[in-house]
Design a protein. Structure first.
Length: 245
């Protein structure tokens, strides 16, 4: 299931011809307009539609995603909670933070979790920027992650602040990054209180949902406290944990 995120897309940023910015790297060949991505002799289809569902399309599955890290304070706490319950999640990484704390990126991957490109600087106005800036933000982050954890797939791109545009989605897909949305917005970044975070999950989650939380970008004590309850609560309801797809 793909949610209609068109309301988030910036009106002034329309799809453009992006062939000029799709310069091929030595071991990569990208074709735009969704859809065929060939890397190191492996091919996969990448859609430019925003995904807000788990890989499993039926049954009680849910995906946890964490944005704006890595954080030396909160990312280890999230990883410890995930390890305690033996589940995996997706971490949407900011490139500048990855450069500061590369060991945390390695810890995320070594624990069996997935990585998502979240731009170099968390520019929420990216849809209004030039092709050059978009490329620097998205591919820059992707290349930083690939340098830290070689041979680790970077499967997704999540727009900072949910600021999508057709042009950004098409470019991300052309670079092998599936646009990643969410179906449950806990708004934990605003620190609304643990009860509010829990209520968002309780009221918004449906089977196959993708939960948006944060392990970086500020004080995440409420996020940590809520996560300790969210996971066992969902397990009691029969949910299993999955990756987006």
């Amino acid at each position: 299931m793909v949610k209609d995120f068109s309301k988030f897309e910036q009106v002034k940023s329309q799809p453009e011809n992006i062939s000029s910015i799709n310069q091929k790297l030595s071991s990569e060949a990208y074709r735009t307009d969704s859809k065929l991505v060939s890397k190191n002799n492996q091919q996969k289809t990448v859609s430019n539609a925003i995904q807000d569902h788990t890989e499993h399309k039926t049954g009680k599955w849910v995906a946890l995603t964490f944005d704006d890290g890595p954080s030396p304070v909160y990312t280890p706490k999230v990883l410890a909670i995930l390890h305690k319950f033996n589940i995996k999640a997706t971490f949407c990484i900011i490139g500048e933070e990855a450069k500061r704390f590369p060991y945390l990126v390695k810890d995320i991957v070594s624990s069996g979790n997935k990585l998502c490109d979240h731009t170099m600087t968390h520019d929420e106005r990216l849809p209004s920027k030039s092709d050059k800036v978009i490329k620097e933000e998205i591919l820059g982050d992707k290349h930083v992650l690939e340098q830290i954890v070689p041979n680790t797939p970077i499967d997704y791109y999540r727009a900072p602040g949910g600021a999508w545009s057709p042009r950004v989605r098409e470019q991300a897909a052309s670079w092998g990054l599936e646009p990643l949305g969410w179906s449950v917005d806990t708004r934990d970044w605003a620190r609304p209180g643990v009860t509010s975070i829990l209520n968002a999950v309780k009221t918004e989650l449906r089977p196959g949902g993708v939960i948006l939380m944060h392990d970086g970008g500020g004080n995440r004590d409420q996020s940590i406290s809520a996560l300790k309850q969210i996971i066992p609560n969902l397990q009691k309801q029969g949910y299993k944990f999955d990756f987006p797809g």
